[in-house]
Design a protein around this ligand. Structure first.
Ligand code: CTP
Ligand code: MG
Length: 241
């Protein structure tokens, strides 16, 4: 079983959520969102290190209110950066030597089930780079600034589109090389793609939502009770409920 270091970026400010403080403190399924996210990883036998990336604005509150709990879970705190990329870069420098794989998973995605983590960890162990993603099945329209349709995309032109989620998981040397290349990208997988490495898409689940707005929080609280249970001796299909 490959050993995995998990990086959980939580050092944003939640501007679009608009709570006047970082959304990571909002309650999801009975706990602070970032704790719920961390707990999906900390009791896994394949996880050897968990790094929580926190901004300077939130660090005191995280340490004072949650320091004991984080210590119990074995989570280390890393200082955040001005961008998500910089936050992940700071944590990557702290990954322990034992880790063969590095997993990046946003604190803002607390509804992640063990079976989905199993699937993306397995794929990354095989190919060196994998992410959870959702195939886009809908009809896609382009709009003008005043929300009028300017174009309906033709399926055969845009076919095979996927929406990226996290976890995104990489062989440690592949991710380190991607960050060293210093290219620009909106997620870790794209940094790896920029180095020419193939990246595997693992079919995810719409419940693994990234909480961006208050509506997303309501959705997350509704679906977190419905997540698939861990597989027992591999008897269940990984995406069965
Ligand atoms: N993040 C981070 N460091 C940053 C910016 C974002 O660690 N400088 C983290 C966020 O805390 C979040 C994840 O990256 O867990 C995805 O970012 P996003 O959903 O955009 O969160 P925010 O940047 O906080 O939200 P917003 O863009 O609305 O301000
Ligand atoms: Mg952001």
């Amino acid at each position: 079983m490959a050993k995995v270091a998990v990086i959980v970026p939580a050092a944003g400010s939640g501007q679009r959520f608009g709570a006047g403080r970082n959304k990571i403190f909002e309650n999801v399924g009975g706990a602070a969102m970032f704790l719920k996210t961390l707990e999906a990883f900390t009791n896994r036998s394949d996880v050897c290190q968990t790094l929580l990336v926190v901004s300077s604005d939130d660090k005191d509150e995280v340490v004072e209110r949650f320091g004991g709990h984080l210590g119990f879970l074995g989570v280390s705190i890393v200082n955040g950066g001005a961008t998500r990329t910089q936050s992940v870069r700071n944590a990557l420098e702290r990954v322990c030597d034992e880790a063969e794989l590095v997993c990046v998973h946003d604190a803002a995605r607390p509804c992640v089930a063990q079976v989905w983590i199993d699937a993306v960890f397995d794929a990354a162990a095989k190919t060196g780079a994998a992410l959870l993603a959702l195939p886009i099945h809908g009809t896609i329209k382009r709009a003008t600034d005043d929300s009028t349709v300017s174009e309906t995309l033709q399926r055969d032109e845009y076919g095979n589109l996927w929406e990226a989620q996290t976890p995104q998981v990489f062989a440690r040397d592949i991710l380190v090389a991607a960050y060293a290349a210093n290219t620009d990208a909106t997620d870790d997988a794209a940094l790896v793609e920029n180095t020419g490495k193939p990246v595997t898409l693992v079919p995810g689940d719409a419940r693994n939502i990234k909480i961006t707005t208050t509506r997303d929080l309501a959705f997350a609280n509704a679906v977190i009770k419905t997540l698939p249970k861990p597989t027992q001796l591999g008897q269940l299909h990984p995406f069965a409920d």
